[in-house]
Design a protein around this ligand. Structure first.
Ligand SMILES: [Zn+2]
Length: 189
């Protein structure tokens, strides 16, 4: 009865099948059902098919690997970004950011000198260190070592911040001359 069932389903594949059925296919209960599936498990008669499948996977990797790398790079950059200002919630541009390290180890971050100096009096007693960013190089420096220039150039449109931070005197002077600026004191003192 099993044999009849098999012959009805796949008469054309019958010649590809080993006769009698291989020991792997099982002889006992349900043996006939294994035989029905087995033509699909056998390698296809066309020899080149498996090879072209491999090429396909290699091609997919070549296509998607740069995409995965780009996503990883952007993912890392995103987690590295300072996020939003603790004073007004504005998205922080890393080159204009200000960071307060508090004594308990937490950090406050701001979009600009304006927001940081507005928050400064309230937090002053708890602040361990004020870190600013040299807008020329993007390097983080201690506020006590930075140079501050107020000019006609606005860094953050939201609060019209015009105070610029530099690590090097020559960069600060260049900005000052070019944009009608003036020296100002460290606002975090
Ligand atoms: Zn802000």
């Amino acid at each position: 009865m099993k044999q009849i069932f098999h012959d009805e389903i796949s008469p054309t594949n019958d010649e590809n099948l080993p006769h009698p059925p291989s020991p792997l296919m099982g002889e006992g209960e349900g043996g006939g059902e294994y035989r029905l599936i087995s033509p699909h498990l056998n390698p296809p008669p066309q020899g080149g098919r498996r090879f072209s499948g491999d090429i396909f996977f290699v091609f997919m990797w070549i296509l998607f690997l740069p995409l995965i790398l780009v996503m990883l790079v952007f993912g890392c950059k995103k987690s590295d970004a300072p996020g939003r200002c603790d004073y007004d919630g504005v998205k922080i541009e890393p080159i204009y950011a200000v960071y307060f390290t508090l004594q308990e180890g937490t950090e406050k971050k701001f979009c600009s000198i304006v927001c940081a100096s507005l928050s400064f009096p309230e937090l002053k007693s708890r602040i361990k260190e004020v870190i600013v960013v040299d807008e020329r190089s993007g390097t983080k420096i201690n506020a006590s070592q930075a140079l501050f220039v107020e000019s006609e150039v606005v860094t953050v449109p939201h609060n019209k911040n015009r105070i610029h931070v530099f690590g090097k005197r020559e960069d600060a002077e260049k900005h000052l001359k070019r944009f009608n600026g003036r020296w100002i004191e460290n606002p975090f003192f």
